[in-house]
Design a protein around this ligand. Structure first.
Ligand code: FES
Length: 77
């Protein structure tokens, strides 16, 4: 397990081969997973399939250049 790059990143357990939809609107009751609350807005979830079982840090600030993963782009130094 690695440390968070940002204080705002959220850690999740990903399972290999499972499809995920990461909420980008911030309104999901199941955050960080999309629950459809974004419907009617300009937001869309970031859909991806986990390539391996892992603990991952997902970007909450929406500034990552490799969403949904936190890459440290929007983090204060
Ligand atoms: S509920 Fe937020 S993107 Fe779907």
């Amino acid at each position: 397990m690695s440390a968070a790059k940002c204080a705002d990143a959220v850690q999740v357990q990903l399972l290999s081969g499972v499809k995920y939809a990461f909420c980008t609107c911030g309104g999901s009751a199941k955050y960080p997973c999309c629950d459809g609350t974004h419907r009617g807005t300009e937001f869309r979830p970031v859909k991806f399939v986990a390539e391996q079982d892992e603990q991952a840090w997902l970007c909450v600030c929406k500034k990552s250049k490799s969403p949904p993963r936190c890459d440290g782009t929007g983090c204060p130094s």
